[in-house]
Design a binder for this molecule. Structure first.
Ligand code: SF4
Ligand code: SF4
Length: 292
């Protein structure tokens, strides 16, 4: 484990969050309530944190919202606006488990000359959210998209098991079934194609061009034409060298591609500021082209 690789630190944070949501219900049982709640609504020492999609569902269904709900959703969106969808790669316990299930197979690399990124996964999730927000309040009074929240199910299942001695079978079976399917298929299809929770945080990161992000400096890229280590490193099957809107909405700033590039030309880095990106217009790139 090198001190400067991002991934070991990310794994540490992911494992810490996963375990924290097992430990917090025990603290609550012992009547320590400075931390309480789940991934839909959480109390952090008096500061409300919340899932923006859960808040939006309540607001569109009931046309009302409480102040804690707005503050909680607003803080989550502010984090995403400044840092991108880091919730998915650093905090979400289901994302962590899904990455572990996926790690032995990896994404299939695209044919040479074809970009790895398809906008379809993000478009599919956005369609689920739009349809849910528009149609569900007409039929059911509850925020039904919460039933598709894997981090919500994970944290609620732990709460119910410890505090109420009951098993939330629906959530447990859903998580186990999706993980089993991802283990067998090698595809992270829930996070890439289904999860509606990540749509709003993905969109929140789009307006600020100088937010925290992966940056590609083509002039520093030293990889051979058939060496695409950064593509192989991305568990979301993105092309880290692209910067279009679907890419920015989906890239979770995990840093795995930056780690993969660090032993090569260090053309990929992470930081605040606008992207240097010339993959699609190589004639306009700063620095020498290297024939890729
Ligand atoms: S896409 Fe959804 S389930 Fe996947 S890591 Fe993000 S919030 Fe978690
Ligand atoms: S492009 Fe890089 S930082 Fe973004 S999700 Fe893929 S590996 Fe992680």
């Amino acid at each position: 484990m090198t001190l400067f690789a991002i991934r070991p630190w990310r794994r540490l944070v992911q494992a810490g969050v996963l375990l924290a949501f097992i430990g917090i219900p025990f603290l609550n049982k012992a009547e320590y309530n400075a931390l309480s709640g789940n991934f839909l609504a959480f109390n952090f020492a008096g500061v409300p944190l919340g899932d923006p999609l859960a808040a939006l569902q309540v607001m569109t269904g009931a046309l009302s919202a409480t102040a804690p709900m707005l503050v909680g959703a607003g803080l989550a969106l502010l984090l995403a606006a400044l840092m991108g969808p880091v919730f998915c790669s650093w905090l979400c316990p289901f994302g962590f488990l899904s990455e572990l299930a996926h790690r032995n197979k990896g994404c299939a690399l695209p044919a040479r000359g074809r970009p790895a990124l398809s906008p379809r996964p993000f478009a599919a999730r956005a369609a689920i959210v739009a349809a849910g927000l528009a149609a569900i309040p007409l039929f059911v009074p509850t925020p039904a998209l919460n039933q598709l929240s894997m981090p919500g199910w994970y944290s609620r299942a732990m709460q119910h098991a410890v505090l109420y001695h009951e098993v939330l079978w629906g959530g447990v079976i859903l998580i186990a079934a999706v993980l089993a399917a991802e283990l067998v298929s090698g595809k992270r299809f829930w996070c890439r194609w289904v999860c509606p929770q990540s749509v709003l945080i993905g969109l929140a990161g789009l307006p600020l061009p100088a937010r925290f992000r992966v940056r590609f400096n083509r002039s520093a890229c030293t990889c051979a034409a058939d060496d695409r280590a950064c593509l192989a490193a991305c568990h979301l099957c993105l092309n880290p060298r692209l910067t279009n809107a679907p890419q920015r909405a989906q890239c979770a700033n995990c840093g795995d591609c930056v780690d993969a590039c660090s032993g090569r030309g260090k053309a990929l880095s992470m930081g605040f500021g606008k992207q240097i990106q010339c993959l699609r217009r190589p004639g306009r790139c700063p620095g020498p082209r290297r024939g890729k």
